[in-house]
Design a protein around this ligand. Structure first.
Ligand code: SF4
Ligand code: SF4
Length: 259
């Protein structure tokens, strides 16, 4: 049977679903599985030098995503396996990490741009349970509970995704209108496995040949909307990731040798 990565839970089952609190098992960071998360528009400029940013289709919906962990036994490059801590926790940890193991479900027809009577969770997290103990995920109005939103999404975080969802929608719609997206393999040399061929993910990215052949009018539209920055940051994120990976790998290796 195919393994499920994400499960949707609904407000109508509000009595059932609780989050018993993060137990720091580190399954979300340590490479227990391939993990991609949502990225918000305002995060692209902050994160493109740190993580690959890709386009992704799920249930026929095009989304912008960030790649955290690649495959089994290859942790996030910012995960410190010795103390099970995140190297960028205080500074620039992405919103998707702060929200984990939950994913708000986009809904462009609602005032908040997210569904409030359902949420997805990552099945690998052992702390989301249908149990008696923990923070209730929904309340009796069948909506995401205030306590849940405050604890896991946060006041500050909530405003950002609401505004961002609108811009991301325009950004993706514009890329589709200009037919700028294409499927391509993204290859990464895994320093821990030097004798194996590069790890390959089939991703959706910008078709650079088409981008170069756009008319001046279309290019100027992309510039005026500010989307050209985001396109370049997406492309740079793919190029920079390998360097960043090697850089951190070398630091970790030399620290291990020094100890
Ligand atoms: S998988 Fe869940 S319980 Fe484990 S560290 Fe991540 S959020 Fe916490
Ligand atoms: S950035 Fe930090 S919190 Fe996010 S997956 Fe990597 S190690 Fe975990």
């Amino acid at each position: 049977m195919k393994q499920k990565y994400r499960e949707t839970i609904y407000g109508k089952d509000y009595r059932k679903w609780k989050f018993s609190g993060c137990n720091n098992c580190a399954k979300c960071c340590n490479g227990s599985h391939f993990l991609i998360g949502d990225i918000f528009y305002s995060e692209i400029a902050k994160l493109f030098q740190l993580f690959p940013i890709i386009f992704h289709i799920s249930n026929d919906i095009l989304m912008l995503k960030i790649v955290f962990t690649l495959e089994q036994h290859i942790p996030c490059i910012y995960f410190n396996a010795d103390n099970k801590k995140c190297l960028i926790y205080q500074k620039i940890r992405p919103m998707a990490c702060r929200e984990f193991p939950f994913y708000l479900i986009p809904d462009n027809n609602s005032a908040t741009f997210f569904k409030n009577d359902a949420v997805e969770y990552d099945c690998f997290c052992p702390s989301v349970k249908s149990c008696e103990q923990g923070i209730p995920i929904f309340d009796s109005s069948l909506s995401l509970s205030e306590q849940f939103m405050q604890t896991f999404i946060g006041n500050e975080g909530l405003k950002e995704p609401i505004q961002d969802q609108n811009i991301i929608h325009d950004f993706l719609y514009t890329l589709l209108r200009f037919k700028l997206l294409t499927r391509k393999p993204f290859l990464i040399d895994i320093p821990e496995k030097p004798f194996l061929p590069p790890y390959e993910i089939d991703i959706i990215t910008i078709d650079e040949i088409k981008l170069k052949s756009l008319s001046d009018k279309d290019l100027s539209e992309l510039h005026s909307l500010g989307f050209m920055y985001s396109i370049n940051q997406h492309l740079s994120s793919l190029q920079l990731f390998q360097k960043q990976y090697m850089h951190l790998y070398n630091i970790k290796t030399s620290l291990n040798k020094a100890n």
